[in-house]
Design a protein around this ligand. Structure first.
Ligand SMILES: Cc1ncc(COP(=O)(O)O)c(C=O)c1O
Length: 492
């Protein structure tokens, strides 16, 4: 590590240890000091300039200096999600064991494209665990991917391969064919629209199916839409349902949708990126048991299972279909499936788009082994109870309004004193300004959403670090900031 040695050299064991211990100290400091710091603070303008100064390093510098720079410039300005009072979007703090798993995976640095090495078996084991957890049959398959978006893209690529009725891999979408359509509600996540666009199907061919007052897809509307499309000679490819929408945590009636998909021979894909792990909770286990009937399921260990980003998972009921949708084995690769030789089991790269694939399975494997299903059940139930507590506080406050139904661990609410309740545009404006103040205030962090033209503050508690006291700060602060922004003399 001395500065007169080339930057790329084999570090000695002592060099590795000295640097590693310093890294571990920084990790310990970061995680334990976070709760005392502001939840979020923007990168100061002068630091932004330094970070973007555009100079490409010509000469290397000692590793410790680089680490010091990290400690000075980067570590103090996190996204916010490690903090116990961060309730924005769907971003959790990392499980500590996952942090170290990432380092160990990088130390081994395999490609999990395939082969007869341990990482491949770890990934297969992780996939198998989750197929069991969600009741997928033997013969199902899956892959670890970057996140929920990639999981849905992968699943819908398989659905397209199976359902369009011609050889999509050879023909593409160049030749005339019937209109290929998919179905989702307006509450479905935007990543599935991106996937449909990327797959060449076109967002105009997404049928937005009506939802009920609880924001769940209406099976009768789906049935009608399918009948109309079938009568018009379209190819209904897939129904994209949600097990926990990002806005409010709504769960579509998966069992009813599965019945309809079975009758119409349509692929059922479920986006469970956020909500699927709630199958472990007593409250949602029955409702989510129907996930076992989906053809594919996207979920995100990097959300409610606290695995450090990135860790998404796609499960596909029909392993052969998955392989046929992606497999392409050039002569330079050996994927002969010899159990004792170099090839190992069928290569994972045959089941997805990536060739070189990271060892992201290790962090999932270590997290699941360390916490166990019972640990996760307790953590998820803790988050649900924190969300209950927040919802209850909001309900009791005369100046706040709760969005109902409140589902999973998402609580949408807004500042809405009685005198302003009827004035939607004024309330929208107040709450938008309130959100900006709240996010920069540093005491607590939430994001927002719009449902039926109403602006809501949105808290998602997927945070094992959160305590009741952390949650209680939020309604108090919203009430006082709201009062500042809407003085009675002006508005009443
Ligand atoms: C319901 C839902 N689906 C899909 C996604 C996309 O997942 P990712 O960001 O991991 O790609 C998210 C992200 O928040 C989500 O909440």
């Amino acid at each position: 590590m001395a500065s007169d040695r080339p930057a790329i050299h084999d570090w000695t064991r002592d060099e590795i240890r000295a640097f590693g211990y310093r890294v571990v100290d920084l990790i310990a400091q970061h995680l334990t000091e976070l709760p005392e710091r502001p939840v979020f603070r923007p990168v100061p303008a002068d630091l932004q300039r330094q970070l973007l100064d555009g100079t490409l390093p010509e000469d290397g510098r000692p590793a410790m200096e680089v680490l010091d720079e990290f400690a000075r410039q980067i570590e103090p300005y996190p996204f916010g999600n490690g903090h116990p009072r961060f309730f924005g979007w769907v971003n959790s703090p990392p499980a500590v064991i996952g942090i170290f798993a990432d380092a160990l995976a990088a130390a081994m640095n395999p490609s999990c494209a395939g082969g007869n090495h341990a990482a491949v078996f770890v990934e297969r084991q992780v996939v198998q665990w989750f197929t069991r957890l969600f009741g997928f049959p033997r013969g199902s398959m899956g892959l670890l991917v970057s996140g929920g978006s990639m999981a849905s893209l992968t699943a819908l690529a398989v659905a397209r391969h199976v359902k369009v009725g011609f050889d999509i891999r050879a023909k593409g979408l160049q030749e005339p064919h019937a209109r290929i359509v998919v179905y989702k509600t307006a509450e479905g996540h935007g990543c599935t629209q991106k996937a449909i666009e990327l797959l060449g199907l076109g967002s105009e061919n997404i049928r937005i199916v009506a939802h009920d007052a609880n924001l769940r897809m209406l099976p009768s509307s789906l049935e009608t839409a399918l009948a109309v499309d079938e009568a018009n000679g379209c190819i209904p490819m897939a129904v994209i349902a949600s097990a926990g929408t990002v806005n409010t945590g709504a769960i579509d009636p998966i069992g009813d949708l599965a019945d309809i998909c079975e009758r119409h021979r349509v692929w059922l894909h479920v986006d469970g990126a956020y909500g699927a792990p709630a199958i472990l909770s007593s409250r949602y286990s029955t409702e989510l048991a129907a996930l076992a009937r989906s053809d594919s399921l996207a979920l995100d260990p990097h959300k409610w299972l606290y695995v450090p980003v990135e860790a998404g998972l796609v499960l596909i009921r029909d392993a052969d279909a998955m392989r046929q949708a992606f497999s392409l084995v050039p002569p330079y690769l050996r994927t002969d499936g010899s159990a004792t030789g170099v090839g190992g089991p069928p290569w994972l790269s045959e089941f997805g788009f990536q060739q070189t694939r990271s060892f992201r399975a290790l962090k999932v494997w270590m997290c699941v082994k360390h916490h166990g299903l019972s640990g996760y059940k307790a953590a998820i139930e803790h988050d649900l109870s924190m969300a209950d507590r927040l919802a209850e506080r909001v309900r009791r406050s005369p100046d706040l309004q709760l969005f109902t139904p409140q589902r999973l661990s998402i609580v949408c609410f807004r500042y809405a004193p009685a005198g302003l309740r009827a004035n939607r545009s004024r309330l929208n404006e107040i709450n938008e300004r309130l959100l900006q103040r709240l996010q920069l205030d540093g005491r607590v962090f939430v994001s927002s959403t719009i449902i039926d033209e109403t602006f809501w503050l949105r808290a998602c508690v997927i945070n094992y670090r959160t305590t009741g006291t952390d949650v209680d700060v939020l309604p108090e602060l919203v009430t006082s900031l709201g009062a500042d922004l809407s003085p009675p003399s002006v508005d009443y």
